[in-house]
Design a binder for this molecule. Sequence first.
Ligand SMILES: [Zn+2]
Ligand SMILES: [Zn+2]
Length: 380
Amino acid sequence: MLAVGMLRGKTGVHTFEIPKPEIKQPDEVLIRVKEVGVDGTDTNMVRHNLQDIAEDHNEIVMGHEMVGVVEEVGNEVKSLVPGDAVVMTVRRGCGICQPCLHNQSDMCMTGLYTERGIHKRDGFLTEFVIDQEQYIVKVPPHLVQLAVFTEPLSIAEKGIEQIKVIQSRLPWTCPHAKHAYDSPHWGGCKTALVIGAGPLGLLATALLRLSEAYTYVADILPEDSPRVHLVKHMGAHYMDTRAKTPKEMVALCCSPTGNLDIIFEAAGAAATAIELINYMSRSSIYVMTGIPREELLMQVDAAQLVRQIVRYNQVVVGSVNSNRSHFEMAIKDITEINAHFGSMLEEMSTHRFRLQDYQQAFALSDPKHIKTVIEIEPWD
Ligand SMILES: [Zn+2]
Ligand SMILES: [Zn+2]
């Protein structure tokens, strides 16, 4: 069957033939792939020739955001039957560390994990894929058309979960019980700044707005960009950072609560990411999710930075990948996003290609672009 990915010793993205997988273990599930989303990780792999192929292979199938339909299940599979729509998690644990042994490979301690379509394990840009039941999450039939957003939304879910878990140390930031971190309206009386209006920034904004946080989104896009339209559609405020210094940005974000409680970095712009630490409010949290690719040297007043983080009880936390629990949260929140923000997710999927047109999918340059989806087999 046809697969799309990278070949050892060759630049760019290519097609090649791989054998159709077969069920060999009783807990395995064979899935017919329907759609695969393409994100910055995929396009960066191609652009910067970041080949991360398993030692005993000469190619890696790309694609880590998938939705498919169960074709066949092993004897011991309990939660899935043929015909179920499903999504699949990306990381496979090291099998050694405690987080990986407890379904939390996103927090792996050894670094010996693999990732489907990214790091030493084949991804989903092909016709059939196979894996163990534990990595496969069922999608309700009415959500299949949007389920390709589950994986990117799961990344936002994990970042937001880190905020809630860590900031639960401050349960009394406002007098309203309904704004406690274990409430659906936990963002009330709090302000948040999201850096980057790419797919991840937009999905994080959606979750922050669902929580009722006053949300500002910063990027370098013109006001007429479709991404800015979606920011405003969610009731968040857009800031063009080309017109503002970080200090001015943060001053604006401190209204109306007087504090900037949350910064969610989703751009991978290293200099801005570091500079913004200087403007964090007291007892605030800063989540970094973007991964800068190139070296960047800059001068910082290290004493000032350390002094401030200590004196203001600040938290800067990194968040990468996601586990099954975040996929389950994401599937629930797709329904919430639909209910609150209408056709936002449909509008985000701006470009669709068939598998045979994969070259176009990886070579896009369109100011209206938000999300690319590759259709392996159209929904009926
Ligand atoms: Zn591990
Ligand atoms: Zn409140």
